[in-house]
Design a protein around this ligand. Structure first.
Ligand code: IVH
Length: 683
């Protein structure tokens, strides 16, 4: 390349990187994969290394992120939230360690390692132990203020220390840095919901987490299953002005001791070799993480060494991300099939020539919607690159147009429902097409599949193929019909024996007896009402009659229920077909009352509709007195920890319930906090 070509390539790379940066950080809507972005970034870094005259202050290699969006108010970080440098294999890691040794000759290094979580970087601020603000990373200097949204994350303590934790001093001022993430399974559930509702689906858990935090309506954030995991600190001020934390390990243990969740699987490695073993272990799935990790972050453990190593404009020299290889493969896009979801949404699915991607055979991948097919310019017959992002979700990354033969065909979205032949249309504001026929059998099947699934009534044995057969055979036209099935009918179906029929009927009976209100609400498949929102509704209402009677206004008064969700609930219950079906369910005996005695809506205590549990020894209260206070404040004291638990009050020497409660994301209170909370109503 001539000098001129090199300069113009560098400029082109800068433009491309700026653009993709913006798509990623500002719009939460990237067009290229991380691996592709990294490749561009490295190419530019490389050019600049070889031609230092090309290094200009506005180059993306010289800064940290992109501008925060205009929608939120901005807030500066007291210390910049820098980025991380990457290496892509262990040989590169060795070279990095050699560099460290050259920078601090004769010294040895231990490393704090943790999985690199793929979410949204956020800084959370505590003043005098109180949560006062949260701010996204933004461009590293200024981020978006997301204080209210972050407060809805159930594993984020709003006061520290959370008592029951090790007693230690609390900083007067503390900036905790960490990642907001969504687990893979929650991500899949959310996307399924979004897809069915014709809304934007998220390309990966990271975008889902980022999109959920950066919501103007905190109610929507609250309905999303998000968690915050701390990996470090910004500015910290201790009461006596001294520094208490001298290593990364002490920081993390300190944060954990204050009650924050730290990145799961983090630990100390005695030397660089141990880091490599940790990396291999994590890469091969050895840590069994529920969260998507895209590598390992290794940080020099000693803060003194960190200080002396310092930072470049972009990233600290004392930390390095070792990234996992993105698993990609090439195959043929053979066909695009259109599936009908439970709310009628038509979803295109790529049928691929089966190909092994990182050891797993991939033959299908969702294409989400027509816009996506168009944006990627995918044609039937194309050679395509497929990728398993974060190990699990196969996606079609892009076509390989240079391999086209001219035989490839553009995909035409069907004008009719592939199941019932009914009319399809695109609703205003939605990206997806829907089948408008509300008695479309494909929709009914999907609705029933959801109804009996784990996020519904959890009826075992009633698999998808039986549901299809029941609908096709005309036995079932709505949810309620399931409860009127008789053995004589079931055994008439092909391959259905006596035993199986009995098992199914028994499972139905069990579901009828055991389903609680949350399950039933979630099973109905109301738009925007998933498992979490069903939990909230079930803790506010005694039964479906009450939910049905609630006005949009009343619904909106419930924390975490925003205007959109409220409108969706109202429109569900206003629909005559739904009303008829619900009446049938009631007659069939499936009409659970929520567990609370008396409707919390009628009371008005600060613990209204909340479940709580006590563990450990309380200083000033007997358990009975504590229970009375809780109940007087509208709360319900429960016996065991479940996902529905809202608060755990931890006294001295708390039991294992505290750990469980933390896992399920309950808010942890000490005795004083509990007393203050229940006394809110007295004052
Ligand atoms: S430490 C200066 N640890 O990765 C070091 N970062 O690519 C600051 N990230 O902005 C980061 N998991 O949002 C650290 N275990 C982890 C992380 C982690 C994810 C993110 C973080 C950072 C980005 C840089």
């Amino acid at each position: 390349m001539s000098q001129e070509d090199i300069a113009s390539r560098a400029e082109r790379l800068r433009q491309l990187l700026e653009y993709h940066n913006y798509r990623y950080y500002v719009l939460d809507d990237p067009e290229i994969s991380d691996a592709e972005y990294d490749a561009l970034f490295r190419e530019l870094q490389d050019l600049e290394r070889r031609h230092p005259e090309l290094r200009v202050p506005h180059s993306p290699t010289q800064r940290i992120g992109a501008e925060p969006s205009e929608a939120f108010s901005h807030r500066s970080h007291s210390l910049p939230m820098s980025s991380l440098d990457n290496v892509f294999d262990l040989t590169e890691w060795d070279s990095y360690v050699e560099r460290l040794q050259r920078m601090l000759p004769g010294e040895s290094f231990s490393f704090w390692v943790d999985p690199k979580l793929d979410g949204l970087a956020v800084e959370v601020i505590y003043e005098g132990g109180n949560y006062t603000a949260a701010c996204t990373r933004g461009d590293g200097y200024t981020g978006e203020e997301v204080t209210r949204n972050m407060a809805t994350l159930r594993n984020l303590p709003l006061r520290i220390p959370v008592r029951g934790e090790t007693k230690q001093d609390v900083p007067d001022y503390l900036e905790v840095r960490g990642e907001v993430i969504m687990s893979l399974s929650d991500f899949h559930m959310l996307n399924k919901q979004q897809e069915e509702q014709g809304r934007r689906v998220f390309a990966n858990p990271r975008n889902a987490a980022a999109g959920s935090v950066r919501q103007l309506d905190p109610g929507i954030t609250a309905s999303r299953p998000l968690r915050f995991f701390a990996y470090g600190v910004g500015l910290v001020r201790w009461p006596d002005g001294t520094d208490r934390w001298l290593t990364q390990e002490q920081i993390i243990h300190g944060l954990s001791g204050l009650g924050l969740s730290i990145v799961p699987g983090a630990r100390l490695c005695g030397d660089a070799e141990e880091v490599k073993n940790y990396f291999r272990h994590l890469e091969s799935g050895g840590l069994n993480l529920a969260f998507e990790a895209d590598g390992v972050v290794a940080k020099v453990n000693s803060l003194d060494q960190q200080d002396r190593l310092g930072s470049t404009a972009r990233a600290p020299r004392w930390a390095m991300a070792i990234k996992f290889l993105a698993e990609q493969a090439e195959t043929e896009l053979k066909r695009i099939q259109v599936q009908v979801g439970r709310t009628g949404t038509l979803t295109p699915v790529a049928l691929l020539e089966p190909v092994s991607v990182g050891g797993v055979t991939v033959s299908r991948a969702t294409l989400h919607n027509q816009d996506e097919i168009r944006a990627k310019d995918l044609r039937i017959g194309d050679r395509v690159v497929v990728q398993r992002a974060g190990d699990v979700i196969p996606e079609v990354v892009r076509p390989l147009p240079e391999k086209r033969t001219g035989e490839e065909q553009e995909f035409r979205f069907p004008g009719q429902c592939p199941s019932c032949g009914g009319r399809v249309d695109r609703l205003p504001g939605e990206v997806a097409y829907r089948c408008l026929n509300s008695s479309c059998p494909a929709q009914l099947k999907q609705a029933l599949i959801h109804f009996v699934s784990k996020s519904g009534l959890d009826i075992e044995g009633l698999g998808n193929k039986w549901i299809e057969a029941l609908v096709d055979g005309g036995y079932v036209q709505d949810f309620a019909d399931l409860f009127h099935l008789r053995k004589q009918q079931l055994v008439q179906m092909e391959r259905m024996g006596d035993k199986l029929a009995e098992n199914i009927l028994r499972a139905m009976e069990r579901a009828r007896e055991q389903a609680d209100l949350q399950r039933l609400i979630s099973a109905l498949g109301i738009r925007l009402v998933g498992w979490e929102t069903a939990r909230v509704l079930a803790s506010y209402f005694r039964d479906l009659d009450q939910v049905q009677a609630a006005s949009e206004q009343e619904l909106q008064e419930i924390p975490d229920i925003g205007p959109e969700i409220a409108a969706s609930i109202r429109s569900y219950f206003a629909n005559p077909a739904n009303k008829r079906m619900l009446e049938k369910l009631k007659q069939a005996g499936l009409w659970p009352g929520s567990e609370e005695s008396g409707s919390p809506l009628e009371g008005s205590g600060p613990l209204q509709g909340k479940r709580l549990i006590f563990t450990g020894r309380l200083d000033n209260l007997t358990r009975n007195r504590a229970r009375e206070l809780a109940e007087a404040a509208g709360g319900k004291v429960v016996g065991s920890v479940s996902g529905k638990l809202d608060y755990i009050v931890a006294g001295e020497e708390p039991g294992s319930k505290l750990d469980r409660a933390r896992e399920v994301g309950a808010t942890i209170l000490d005795e004083d906090q509990f007393l203050r909370l229940v006394q809110e109503q007295a004052s």
